[in-house]
Design a protein around this ligand. Structure first.
Ligand SMILES: Nc1nc2c(c(=O)[nH]1)N[C@H]1C(S)=C(S)[C@@H](COP(=O)(O)O)O[C@H]1N2
Ligand SMILES: [Mo]
Length: 203
């Protein structure tokens, strides 16, 4: 992919009329202990934060950065936003089109100041999943941390209050319920390889 495509090749964007219904799959509530990806370390915290409409929720960003930070939803919503209507393609074979609004990950990385040696970005959620991407995809203009879907707040089942939209890769890399971001200088498996998935799922 890196050899064949320009690094900032855009995923196709669609019109409002093409928006389809989006199934919610994988974890649909990280606070539910019966979900198979339930993480006992963060499930209860998620429940508590959600009960208060995520007022105390913070996205923490650390690692190979000059100014580690903690961002409220309001902080992220005050940053320059991007809205895009894109197709989500799940590795299971279905796809759906939705409108996503959020802050480009690039803006958040600029706010914390990534060090020159930084090469990967690893995102962690409130369930037992993470998603790692390289700097090319992290800085891609359509890679956003979305807090809105189809003109509304991001629904619980689709990753409230914040999810990654990674339009250059298959659905499982678009982490829902994003909690924490670590900027890395060296490659680290995000769990994909250990569990038999491809780390890079470019489309
Ligand atoms: N935290 C978290 N993110 C996740 C998942 C999950 O189970 N937990 N499932 C992934 C998969 S396989 C897909 S296809 C999409 C589904 O997104 P949707 O539920 O909004 O349709 O979320 C991805 N992100
Ligand atoms: Mo998926």
């Amino acid at each position: 992919h890196r050899l064949l495509l320009p690094t900032n090749a855009l995923a196709r964007e669609h019109s409002h009329g093409e928006i389809s219904s989006s199934p919610a799959i994988g974890t649909t509530n990280p606070g539910d202990p019966n979900q198979y990806l339930f993480d006992p370390s963060y499930g209860e915290t998620y429940d508590r934060l959600r009960a208060d409409a995520f007022a105390d929720w913070r996205l923490t960003v650390e690692g190979s950065v000059l100014r580690p930070g903690a961002f409220s939803l309001g902080d992220l919503q005050r940053m320059p936003a991007r809205t895009q209507i894109t197709r989500h393609t799940c590795e299971e074979g279905w796809s759906s089109i939705a409108e996503w609004t959020g802050v480009p990950l690039k803006r958040v990385l600029e706010a914390v100041g990534t060090k020159p040696e930084a090469r990967y970005v690893q995102l962690y959620s409130y369930d037992y999943v993470a998603s790692g991407i390289d700097m090319i995809d992290a800085l891609h203009p359509q890679t956003i941390l979305a807090y809105g879907m189809n003109g509304r707040d991001l629904p619980l089942a689709h990753g409230a209050p914040l999810r990654l939209r990674l339009e250059t890769q298959l659905g499982y890399k678009s982490l829902k319920f994003v909690r924490h971001i670590v900027v890395l200088d060296a490659f680290e498996d995000d769990g994909s390889i250990a569990t038999g998935w491809a780390w890079y799922a470019g489309i």
